[in-house]
Design a protein around this ligand. Sequence first.
Ligand SMILES: Nc1nc2c(c(=O)[nH]1)N[C@H]1C(S)=C(S)[C@@H](COP(=O)(O)O)O[C@H]1N2
Ligand SMILES: [Mo]
Length: 369
Amino acid sequence: MFFLKARRTALQNSQEKVTMKTLPPNQQLVASGKWPIIGEKAPAARDPEKPLQLSISGLVTHPMSWTEAELRSMEQEERVVDIHCVTRWSKLGAKFIGISLKNLLKTCQPTVEAKFISFVARSERNHSSSLALAHALELDVFIALDYEGAPLVEIHGGPIRSIVPDRYFYKSVKWLQEIHLLEEDELGFWEKESGYHNHADPWKEERYIVSNLDAKEYNLLLKKRDFSDKEFLGIRAEQLNLDDLSAKRAQLRDGHFEKTSLRNADFQESNLSNAHFQGADLRGVNFREADLEGANFQGADLRGADFTNAKIFGVTFCSPTEKENLPDSCNPNDAILDQTTVLLQESMENLTPLQLSFVEENLQTKVQS
Ligand SMILES: Nc1nc2c(c(=O)[nH]1)N[C@H]1C(S)=C(S)[C@@H](COP(=O)(O)O)O[C@H]1N2
Ligand SMILES: [Mo]
């Protein structure tokens, strides 16, 4: 077998050197100017009778509400924030204008019992996320109204959104409507529903709470090779033979499939976000309509794999830190892709520039056996 290795430009190499210092572990930069839309796409319909307001309630001496105009008449600050999504994309240097949470809390006066703070969205599912109050103050949480010189657009949480610097972006709530001060923590939507880590420090890679699956149940499942419709957060299935696995519509976030043989496995409509497929044999795998955000395919064999309509934000196919001076042969850190791998152009737009150039070169590569 023979491969053309993807060539890196000097520019890409120097960009990587710069970003190495500012990116938390296992994050990659989105193309400049891009800002992916993650989670809910729109707020709940608003009551036309009432103005949009941000309220602070719960364990405070003075509960308060402000309209957007009132917020805009307060002291405005500028913040330059690095966004780090749990699904491994980062966007550095996003410039916001708004109000610091500290200033709002000064007016409300949290009581001594207040230990946690919950940010609640105006959304169908009352989306929320929470922090320890001490952390919220330490991190200097920010209420954003403008982004890059214009009012924050609705799809990214406008007119009012919370921004929590130095935490995975799921802590930053779009269409912020209420801030509750609490004595006991109230887990947020993703933290409760999807096992996202409540502390969410990207520098410590606090992405998910580790699942504890019953060992007996787990062994039985592996034997039957049927995960269809099952939910296993962070499943450990590395180095196994799971050829022909049936895993349609399974919830397998953060799953470990390193060096696993999964030939012709069926992951259609599965959620495999942040799954680890390094060195796996994925020939002929069906990933149609799967959610693969942040999945790692370094060194995996993806010939004949089908990614039609899969979500591939933040997917890694080749090492983001790979050196240029490797021999012109198959690099163990690179996924094996060729013209039998099905990847639609429109989903490829969501890859980082480095991953995109790697994929584009390899999809056209002729493999000689
Ligand atoms: N109301 C609301 N806020 C939310 C979410 C959501 O689904 N609903 N998703 C969170 C997640 S997981 C991320 S990564 C960011 C995405 O923000 P963006 O779409 O502006 O990039 O919003 C966070 N805040
Ligand atoms: Mo996210």
